[in-house]
Design a protein around this ligand. Structure first.
Ligand code: ADP
Ligand code: MG
Ligand code: MG
Length: 257
């Protein structure tokens, strides 16, 4: 089965249909981009996938598991992790932030380890080792014990990414991962996303306004406009699609979605 299957999802707000029977599937181990002009329904789509919004109709499946009406924390522990467009990190070190991610995997173990039960201390040490490994995967290995408040914006975005990876997801939802970054931070982020997809065998859903990044990273692209899916295909196919060009027409800056 696909890693993630979105079928005929409809979301309405008062009089507005934000998503109108939208469908797409994410092939395991690939990057699937969801793009479209401002107001197209991209964030609404992510909010459905992560359980923050319940659709009026339609379904979302992770492999063969039905996610449609589950709560956000259930969806996260089943293997769908997300990052947010605005940075959400806590104070403390990179290690502290990543261990918060691990904590979700082993709440009982962490409580026992606070009481210094030997088995639990061993388990916590294993979580710390895994967190350090994940920090290394996103290029934060040397900063593992650094306070997050001292890091650059680009580094903090990767702390957030690493914390999501600490949930050991099968599907990673990235909400504008390079928004607000400078050119070199963008290149770095693109490399990191490509690396983690390969080394962790992750499937990625990417909402992004930076078309350069979409072209570099995405295997498949779904294009939304006014809540409807207007195109789907490889980056090169959608870039030349007349419907897509029309949707972006009059959008002075397609990156300002
Ligand atoms: P995008 O992320 O593609 O810019 P959104 O998913 O944020 O688009 O929004 C799609 C449409 O749904 C917009 O018209 C937006 O105003 C509307 N919308 C989004 N969230 C809500 C909400 N919670 N209540 C009412 N309308 C909303
Ligand atoms: Mg928007
Ligand atoms: Mg949005």
């Amino acid at each position: 089965p696909p890693a993630l299957e979105v079928r005929d999802v409809t979301v309405r707000f008062a009089g507005l249909t934000a998503l109108d029977e939208v469908s797409f599937t994410v092939t395991p181990g690939t990057v699937h981009a969801v793009i479209g002009p401002n107001g197209a329904g991209k964030s609404t789509c992510f909010n459905v996938l992560s359980g923050l919004y319940r659709p009026a109709s339609g379904s979302v499946r992770l492999g063969t598991t039905e996610l449609t009406r589950l709560a956000p924390h259930n969806i996260a522990t089943l293997g769908v992790a997300r990052t947010f467009q605005n940075i959400v990190t806590t104070q403390g070190t990179v290690a502290d932030n990543l261990m918060l991610g691990r904590h979700v995997l082993s709440r009982a173990g962490f409580a026992a380890s606070a009481l210094r039960l030997p088995g639990a201390v061993r388990e916590q040490r294993a979580h710390l080792a895994r967190a350090r490994e994940i920090a290394g995967l996103v290029g934060l290995g040397d900063l593992f014990d650094s306070p997050v408040s001292l890091l650059s914006y680009g580094d903090r975005k990767r702390v957030e990414l690493a914390r999501a990876l600490c949930l050991e997801p099968r599907v990673l939802l990235l909400d504008e991962p390079v928004a607000g970054m400078n050119a070199s931070e963008r290149v770095r982020m693109a490399e990191v996303v490509r690396d983690i997809r390969a080394s962790l065998g992750l499937s990625v859903v990417l909402v992004e306004h930076d078309m350069g990044l979409v072209m570099r990273l995405a295997d498949e692209v779904t294009v939304l406009d006014f809540g409807k899916r207007i195109a789907h295909g490889t980056p090169d196919e959608v870039r030349q699609d007349p419907e897509v060009l029309r949707a972006y027409l009059g959008t002075e800056n397609p990156e300002a979605g």
